[in-house]
Ligand binder design. Structure first.
Ligand code: ATP
Ligand code: MG
Length: 257
């Protein structure tokens, strides 16, 4: 499927099903009739330029913004009106843009906060110490002493100890060096094989395409393209990302299409 059509038939097998979701900030329609689903074991990349509505979409799924219309279903249950902390308990975790860690607390204290509303499941603090092998020996250090990449890993670890089945990642690569980004993304194959569905937001399209099973592009709040990384051409992605009247954006010249 390389256009923007969406099959609205029942998807009882999908973990997360978003249907015609519309979200306003005041007068501004930030997300406009967006639909997608995520199955267990899948990584859906939401791509789009600044202000396209990516964070609003993830935050609405997490329960931090109220949609004006549309449905969010999780394992077949409508959750659109559920409070954010109850969504966490059911297994939906967000790694927010900008990390939002407790800088004056230690690494382990941050993880303990993440575990407070945990759903039942395999991930605990010991598990994430295995997943990110440097963490255990630095568990008592304050998070403010960590590098940007390390803090991003702590933010991901904090979301994982809540035992998500749907993990929402908002720009985890932002501001990090390529080698650090590579290391940050290494954990994804490990967790999706355990039946987790991942929705990741990326402005860096190359990065998004590398890890995604499917790609969903937003342009000014609307779906402009959906498909698999294999079937979407760079020029189609570029048009969907920047809008049809822009053919050679600066990011394209840097290989970011
Ligand atoms: N809390 C808010 N109040 C008012 N307007 C907002 C709020 N949050 C976002 N917006 C606006 O909604 C639109 C979508 O913003 P959003 O942050 O969802 O985009 P984004 O795709 O995540 O952008 P970026 O890539 O810069 O993070 C933008 O025009 C933004 O200015
Ligand atoms: Mg954002």
């Amino acid at each position: 499927m390389t256009d923007t059509t969406y099959d609205h038939s029942a998807r009882s097998d999908s973990l997360l099903d978003v249907s015609e979701l519309t979200v306003f900030h005041g007068q501004l329609c930030a997300v406009d009739q967006v639909s997608f689903h995520v199955n267990a074991g899948e990584v859906l990349a939401i791509i789009g330029a600044n202000g396209a509505g990516k964070s609003t979409l993830l935050r609405t799924i997490a329960g931090l913004h109220k949609p004006s219309s549309g449905r969010i279903s999780y394992k077949g249950e409508e959750i659109s009106k559920l409070a954010a902390h109850r969504r966490v308990r059911k297994g939906i975790s967000l790694v927010p843009e900008g990390r939002r860690l407790f800088a004056s607390l230690s690494l382990e204290e941050n993880l303990q906060v993440g575990a407070q509303n945990a759903a039942p499941g395999p991930f605990n603090i010991g598990y994430v110490y295995d997943l990110f092998d440097w963490m255990h020996e630095r568990r008592n250090q304050k998070v403010r002493q960590f590098s940007g990449g390390e803090q991003q890993a702590v933010a991901i670890a904090r979301a994982l100890v809540a035992n998500p089945q749907v993990l929402l990642l908002d720009e985890v690569s932002l501001g990090l060096a390529p080698i650090v980004i590579e290391r940050i993304y290494e954990f994804i194959p490990n967790i999706v094989t355990q039946g987790i569905g991942v929705v990741l937001v990326e402005q860096d399209v190359t990065q998004g395409l590398q890890v995604a099973t499917r790609v969903h592009c937003l342009l000014e709040g609307r779906t402009s393209l959906v498909g698999t990384p294999q079937e979407l051409s760079p020029s189609a992605i570029e048009r969907a990302y920047f809008g049809s009247d822009v053919t050679h954006g600066p990011a394209a010249q840097e290989g970011h299409v």
